[in-house]
Design a protein around this ligand. Structure first.
Ligand code: NAP
Length: 266
C-alpha cells in the first residue's frame, strides 16, 4: 500500500455498506481519508462505518436513498457537520433491476433504477460541487459499467442509466475544466459482489435473456475481487489522477492497470 495519500481528506462513498463501495471505503480509510458512507439499509451502513472506526479511521454511516434529493442534502450536511469538508465523491450506489424485457417491465421499477443510477449521482454532485469549486479541489468518480456501451437484452433500465451517467460525467467535466475539481467515470468489470449474485439468480428459461457469460465467469473463478477494484478506485480519486478529467476508465485496460500497480507500489 502506498503512503497515506489521502490524509486530511474527506470522502463520501454512496453504496458504501457492501460490495465495491465497502472495499473502496476500507482502502481510502487506510490511506488516511475520513469516510461518509451511505446506503438505504441503516443497520448495514452503520455496521460498515463501525468496522472502519474499529480500524482507527474516522467514519460515519448515513442511511439515505440517493434517489431522494432531500436525503442526499442530508448526507452532505452530515459530512460537513462531522468533518467540515468534502474532497472526494464516489457515486457508487447502484441497482441492477429490473432484468426483464421492456414489454414485461414494471414502469415504476424501471424509473427507480434511473433515479438511483443516474439522478442519484446528479443530486450528489449538485450538492458537493459548490463546496469543491470554492476550495478549488475535488474528485468526483462515477461508477459506471461496460453495459453503458454494450446493450444487453433485459437490462434496458441499467444500460440506459449507465449510458446517461457517462454523458453526465463528460458534460460535467467540461463545465469544471481548470477548476481543480475533476469528474471521471469507471467501468469496474465483473466484480464478485451481491450484484453478481442477483444477476445469477435470474431464471432465464422462459425469456430471451442470456446471462450465461455471468455464470461462466463465476464458474471459472474469474470475477474481480472487490479489493482489486478498490485499488483502482483509490488511484482514480488519489493524486495520480490529477490531470484526468472527463475520462472513462476501464478495468480491462492493461496499460492503465499497469500504471495503477506501478503508482500504488511506489
Ligand atoms: P452491491 O453489492 O449490490 O452493492 C450496492 C450498494 O449500493 C449497497 O451498499 C447498497 O446498499 C447501495 N445502494 C443501492 N441502492 C441504493 C440507493 N438507492 N441509495 C443508496 N445506496 C444504495 O453492488 P456492487 O456490485 O458493489 O456495485 C457498486 C457499483 O458498481 C454499482 O453502481 C454497479 O452498477 C457498479 N458495477 C458493478 C459491477 C459488478 O460486477 N459488481 C459491474 C459493473 C458496474 P442498500 O441496498 O442498503 O441501499
Amino acid at each position: 500500500m502506498a503512503r497515506k495519500k489521502l490524509q486530511g481528506q474527506v470522502a463520501i462513498i454512496t453504496g458504501g455498506s457492501r460490495g465495491i463501495g465497502a472495499a473502496a471505503a476500507a482502502l481510502l480509510a487506510e490511506a488516511g481519508a475520513a469516510l461518509v458512507l451511505t446506503a438505504r439499509n441503516a443497520e448495514q451502513v452503520e455496521a460498515a462505518a463501525a468496522r472502519l472506526r474499529g480500524q482507527g479511521a474516522r467514519a460515519i454511516g448515513v442511511a439515505a436513498d440517493v434517489a431522494d434529493p432531500e436525503q442526499v442534502e442530508e448526507v452532505v450536511e452530515s459530512a460537513l457537520d462531522q468533518f467540515n469538508r468534502v474532497d472526494i465523491l464516489v457515486n457508487n450506489a447502484g441497482v441492477i433491476w429490473p432484468l426483464e424485457e421492456v414489454a414485461e417491465t414494471d414502469a415504476d421499477e424501471w424509473a427507480y433504477t434511473i433515479q438511483v443510477n443516474l439522478l442519484g449521482p446528479f443530486f450528489m454532485a449538485r450538492n458537493v460541487l459548490p463546496l469543491m469549486l470554492d476550495q478549488k479541489y475535488g474528485r468526483i468518480l462515477n461508477i459506471s459499467s461496460g453495459l453503458a456501451v454494450n446493450p444487453m437484452v433485459g437490462s434496458s433500465a441499467y444500460c440506459t442509466s449507465k449510458a446517461g451517467l457517462d454523458m453526465f460525467t463528460r458534460v460535467l467535466a467540461l463545465e469544471i475544466e481548470g477548476s481543480g475539481v475533476t469528474a471521471n467515470a469507471f467501468y469496474p468489470g465483473m466484480v464478485d459482489t451481491d450484484m453478481q449474485v442477483d444477476i445469477r439468480s435470474v431464471d432465464t428459461s422462459e425469456s430471451k435473456l442470456d446471462l450465461s457469460r455471468f455464470h461462466e465467469r463465476y464458474e471459472q473463478g474469474a470475477l474481480i475481487s472487490p479489493a482489486d477494484t478498490a485499488r483502482q478506485i483509490y488511484w482514480l480519486v488519489g493524486p495520480w489522477s490529477r490531470s484526468q478529467n472527463g475520462v472513462i476508465f476501464r478495468s480491462n485496460d492493461p496499460a492503465w492497470l499497469q500504471q495503477v500497480d506501478a503508482d500504488l507500489r511506489a
